[in-house]
Ligand binder design. Sequence first.
Ligand code: GLC
Length: 711
Amino acid sequence: MTRKLLYLPVLVLAVAGCNCESARKSALTAHEKEIDSIMAEMTLEEKVAMLHGKHMFSSAGVKRLGIADIEYADGPFGIREELEPDSWTPLHMETDSATFFPTGSALAATWSPELAREYGKGMAIEARLRGKDMILGPAINIQRIPTGGRTYEYLSEDPYLSGLLAVGYTLGAQENGAAVCLKHYALNNQETARGIVDVKVSERAMREIYLTPFEMAVKQADAWGVMAAYNKVEGKWCSENSVLLNDILRGEWGFKGMVISDWGGTHSTGAVEAGLNVEMPGGAFLGDSLLVAVKDGRVSEEAVDERVREILRVRMTVKPVPEEMANKTMTSQPNAQKIAYDVALRSVVLLKNSGLLPLDLQKYGKIAVIGDNAVCPQATGGFGAGVKALYEINPLRGLMSRIYDKAEVEYVPGYRRYGPMDRFMRKSPVCDPDPEMLAEAVRLAEASDLVIFFAGENREIETESSDRKSMTLPLGQDEILRAVSEVNPNVVTVVVVGAPVDLRNVEKLSSAVVVSWYNGSEGGNALADILTGKVSPSGKLPFTIPEKLEDSPAFSLGVFPRYDEAPYSEGIFVGYRWYDKKNLPVMYPFGHGLSYSSFEYSDISVRSSGKGIKLSFQIQNTGDMAAEEVAQVYVERPESMQEMSVRELKGFERISLAPGESRKVEMFIDRESLRVWDSVHSCWTVEPGRVNIGIGSSSRDIRLNATTTIK
Ligand code: GLC
């Protein structure tokens, strides 16, 4: 169990006042003496040259002193192909095809910090083969807007789940030789007007919700890089927000690494004193202008020295890859591909199952596969980082590889693909079905025993730089499903998405519903192994799927979209915190995910001590199939002096059980993880009093309850 403690919120803070000591000594401080002597030899010009991009994805070292440039690799779900040094144009190399890992919300659906650690390892292995020093990921902003363009890339609506996965990813990457770059710090929760929007947020919401994932990855995993976001927070650009960069990140959390701007996200030479180390990709502000500013005393050389020291700490810790070693072998490696499969397999979420899954190929020998999302590639698309994947097993290919000799499978697209030109022309993806394609789908459904309907979005619809306008399924999918289900009642719907979509019709018209994400190079194989029953599904939703977009907090309060000031009026009530507080029905709750087996929870016991709450419970696999369950621990503070969420996730454990097997699970909730931000005194506090513990299979499927008190 000690291994698990690594991931529990061991926020070892001296909570007296606000002087929170960082939780661990950073590996980056092992070279201070060496750095002293390097810096003593550096000229001001050489120092300033380090503080901005040398090329599109590199920043300068000091060749004269044998300090290598820093090479960056766009992530966060695969090592981006090699581009021309000073443009976005690919070099079309032979060896830069990488493993496409499941995207953020898919990784989060595994609820496994251990798999996140493997994920970070896989990313680092491939980054190093490409000669890269820092992965531009993980992307860990909170999914505030269900239709957020980068919800697919981010992890969760919950800070604790996001934080533990970020810890895992960071540990895995950095222990395998590549620095991470936590992004986008901070409060980059919308793509609409992302380069100008000014977020207005309560200190409590900022601390408890939006900063916590970054804090956990810095304190518990010693993250070495952070990327400043494009937006403003309380009137200050993130790339020059001294409160975020100096006071909180460095002063309170003990961050010893380097902060780079997002591409084109720097706004002044003053950013150096505010805590920015590197302006990417160019030197508009931290190039010659900075040199002049230092020489005429507008920017202190001491600030320049601090920023250079922080960069050198990372440079001395991440060993440079010799030029002759980089790009010499294919980026995508079998060990990383296996990790991609393992993550994809445990990410698939079974939302509903009236018995059609796993597929009974004796009974249903003629299978219709309907929907372009059965074949649509998801590794690239939209704006921003994608992966030139060595391969991508799509769902149809995965399925055929498993059942080609056991069933008769026929495929029709059902709807056309929303493509780059549609996005470029700003066409809405929400449109009526194509009559001929609809008719073809109905004909095939009528002639088949069972239909697997592939619904959902794609990477042209869910993309960086724009937010979706609605949760409605695109391309007439609801109508197609209705027509198909009228001629064949045996429908399994697979939803290929990265973010919430409106599933009200899908739920009514399908006997089974599965979410299979943008699930990486091995996604089709993983999905096929779930649908055919080789493995029981075990994914859990990392976000709530509301009945309708208007029920979600920012839409319900009318504070999104906003183009200049974005008031986070919902405060801490993001995601399930909101729906619970408002007692709203949801389509599928945070943490929901079914299995082919069933689990019985019993014998809860809780005991509080000065350090926290020890709890244990029994869980049994009462079905006839081996399966994994993610048991979740939610905490309620009914006596709190502050306005609180109804319940908050404070622990979870993925448990693998053979049929009939029962196990006692022991967990520990660190007292500090019950902290609340005291906005009056501007510091963390842990309130003594009653703590109600709920343990269950989702945030709205609590199986065991107990109460204790903490002092
Ligand atoms: C983008 C993204 C950031 C990415 C960077 C480099 O605008 O916001 O996540 O790493 O530019 O491509």
